[in-house]
Write a protein that binds this ligand. Sequence first.
Ligand code: 13P
Length: 257
Amino acid sequence: MSKALVIGNWKMNLDYVEAVHLTQQIAALLASRPVERVDVAVAPPFVDLRSVTSVLEAERASIAVAAQHVSDRDNGAFTGEVSVAMLKRLGVSSVIVGHSERRTMYHMDDALVASTVRAVLRGGLDAVLCVGEDLVTREAEDHESFVSGQLTSALTGVEEFSEHVTVAYEPIWAIGTGMTATSTQIDAMMTTIRTQLASLGFVSSRVLYGGSVNADNAGEIVTEGGVDGFLVGGASLKTESFGAIVHACNDCYAERR
Ligand code: 13P
C-alpha cells in the first residue's frame, strides 16, 4: 500500500543545537510509537542539515531530511547559494521547491521554479513542489486555473521523474494564519491537482496539504480532504504537535486516490 507523507518545514527557526534536540525528540517518539502508513521528513535550515542527518543516522531513525530551497545552478559564482550536489552529499533526499514565501518574498517566479525542479530531479533528489493561490485569486474563484497553471509551468516535460515529485497545495491565505482551508475546499483542490497532474503524465505523485495544519484538524483533513499527507509549518516545531499530526495521518490514511 502506498504511504502518506508528512514533512515538517522548520522555515527559519531553530539553530543547530535546537535542531539536534528536536530531531532527537521526534526520533524517540517515533521509535516508541512507530508509524506504518506514513513517511516522515523534516526540512531544517541549511546550517542544521549536517547535524540533523548525523543524529538520524546515529539513531537509525527512518526520518528523511529535506532542504527548504536550492539553487537551480550546478556550481559556480553564485554567492550565497547551495547546490543540489551539496545537499545530496549531506544525505538530504528531497527539496521543497517554490514555497510561497520564496515566491512572494524572494522573487521566485514560475520560470525559476521550473528550472529548480529540473535541477533537483536531474541531480537525483526528490522535489516537493509547492503551489497555491492568494486570497484575491481565491475570492475571484480563479484558484483552480491558477494552481493548474503553476503545475503546468513547473512540471511540463519532466514526467519521467513522476515518482520523484510530490506536490504540496498550500493556499497562501492559510499559511501561518490559523485559517485552515475547509476539508471541502481541500478535497476539491486535490481533485483539480490530480486531474492536472494526470494530464501532465504524473500518475504516482503524492499530493499534500499545508496551511495551519495542527494536531486537532489533521485527522479530519486526511479523511475528508483526501490528502496524501501534510507540509507542516508552525506545528512541526514542537515534538508533541508534530508527532500528533504524524499519528493522526497514520490512523486516518487509507490509500492514495
Ligand atoms: P503553517 O503550518 O505554519 O501554516 O505553515 C505552512 C507552511 O508554509 C508549510 O510549508
